[in-house]
Design a protein around this ligand. Structure first.
Ligand code: MG
Length: 129
């Protein structure tokens, strides 16, 4: 089963993503903040296949989480899709510089979220990622 770690400080969005993805047979691990996400990664037997990462979070931003991940040899290969508010166009620019694997702007359409995730998983399974 494909495992996805969702990092999002808004509980409503977090639960919505969980429901959408679980209905499509993904295994979901949730973290409501960056520190929680990093702790989960440290303690996981099997790393997630994909991470959905919110940018605007208290304590530690998604960009900081991403930088920490990219400096860890085990975590740096995990594909990351950024979750960002529509207004934050600068995030997409930063994301390109940091070579993230995708962007989902909030508020998102259920269908769009699924398409983004399915496409990336398919690419990975074909070995292109
Ligand atoms: Mg947030």
């Amino acid at each position: 089963m494909v495992k996805i770690l969702v990092v999002e400080d808004n509980d409503d969005i977090l639960n919505l993503i969980k429901i959408i993805l679980e209905l499509n047979n993904y295994e979901i691990v949730m973290a409501s903040g960056g520190h929680e996400a990093l702790n989960l990664l440290k303690n996981m037997q099997e790393l997630p296949d994909l991470i959905l990462l919110d940018i605007m979070m208290p304590e530690i931003s998604g960009w900081d989480v991403l930088d920490i991940m990219k400096s860890n040899k085990n975590w740096k290969k995990i594909p990351v899709i950024i979750l960002t508010a529509l207004a934050q166009e600068k995030d997409i620019k930063i994301g390109k510089e940091k070579q993230v694997d995708g962007y989902i702007t909030k508020p998102f359409e259920k269908k769009y979220l699924l398409e983004q995730v399915n496409e990336l998983i398919l690419k990975m399974q074909k070995g292109n990622k």
